[in-house]
Write a protein that binds this ligand. Structure first.
Ligand SMILES: C[S@@+](CC[C@H](N)C(=O)[O-])C[C@H]1O[C@@H](n2cnc3c(N)ncnc32)[C@H](O)[C@@H]1O
Length: 212
C-alpha cells in the first residue's frame, strides 16, 4: 500500500464551499468543459454509477448526454442534495435514479457497473482510498472509473483552506494513480490530463480482469 505523509493544514475559518459548488457557473464548467474533457479521454458506459452528484445531478446528466449511459444511479452522502438533484434532472426520466449512499459502501453488487463517474467528490471523502477500492469492486472487468478531481496542491492552498472544509489526507496525481493501480484500475498515458499546473487531474481508469 502506498503510504502518504499526513500534511499539516491551516485551519478553516469560513465554510464558503457551497458558494461555488452549488453555483450555476460551477455547473456550466462541469457540463461544458469537464464532461467533454472526460469524453475525449474515452469515458463511456451504459450502466453508470455517479459518486457525489451534488445538488444539480451534474455527473448524471453528463453520463446520459456525453457518455452513452442508459441507466445511472447517482449517489450522495447528503440527503438534501439527492432530493435537489432528483428535481434538477427530472427531464432525464427513468434513465437516472438517485440514492443517499456513502462512496465507501456503494449499494450495488460486485462487477455490476460499466462506468463509475465522479466530479470533485473524492477529495471530500475522508477515506478516499476506501472509495477507490469500492469503485473497483462495483466495476465489471473492462469497466471504467472516470474522475475529475482537485489535487492536494489545490485543496491545501492556504486561501482555499481558509474558505472551504476538506479532510486532511488529500492526494496528488501520483498518489491517486498509484492507489487506482493498487485496486486494479489502470490509467494509460492518454487517459490522464492535468490542468492548472497540476491542481486538477482528469483520468479514465480501466478495471483489469482479476489475475491480469
Ligand atoms: C465538491 S461537491 C461536487 C458536487 C458535484 N459533483 C459537482 O461537481 O458540482 C462534492 C460532493 O461529494 C459529496 N460527498 C462527500 N463525501 C461523500 C461520500 N463519502 N460519499 C458520497 N458523496 C460524498 C458531497 O455531499 C458533495 O455533494
Amino acid at each position: 500500500m502506498v503510504q502518504t505523509a499526513r500534511r499539516t493544514s491551516p485551519p478553516t475559518y469560513v465554510d464558503a464551499n457551497r458558494l461555488w459548488v452549488d453555483s450555476r457557473l460551477r455547473y456550466q464548467v462541469g457540463l461544458r468543459l469537464e464532461g467533454p474533457a472526460l469524453a475525449r479521454l474515452g469515458a463511456r458506459g451504459e450502466r453508470c454509477l455517479e459518486i457525489g452528484t451534488g445538488r444539480r445531478g451534474l455527473g448524471a446528466r453528463v453520463a446520459v448526454t456525453r457518455f452513452g449511459a442508459r441507466d445511472v444511479l447517482a449517489v450522495d452522502v447528503h440527503a438534501a442534495s439527492v432530493g435537489r438533484a432528483r428535481l434538477a434532472t427530472a427531464d432525464l426520466g427513468d434513465r437516472v435514479r438517485f440514492q443517499v449512499a456513502d462512496a465507501t459502501a456503494l449499494p450495488v453488487p460486485d462487477a455490476s457497473v460499466d462506468l463509475v463517474l465522479s466530479f470533485h467528490a473524492f477529495h471530500h471523502i475522508a477515506d478516499w482510498r476506501a472509495a477507490v477500492a469500492e469503485s473497483a469492486r462495483v466495476l465489471r472487468p473492462g469497466g471504467q472509473l472516470a474522475l475529475t478531481e482537485m489535487t492536494a496542491r489545490f485543496v491545501d492552498a492556504r486561501w482555499l483552506r481558509a474558505v472551504s472544509r476538506h479532510p486532511d489526507d488529500r492526494f496528488d496525481t501520483g498518489e491517486l494513480v498509484a492507489e487506482l493501480a493498487r485496486c486494479g484500475l489502470q490509467v494509460g498515458e492518454r487517459q490522464l490530463r492535468t490542468r492548472l499546473g497540476g491542481r486538477v487531474v482528469q483520468a479514465v481508469a480501466h478495471r483489469t480482469a482479476p489475475g491480469t
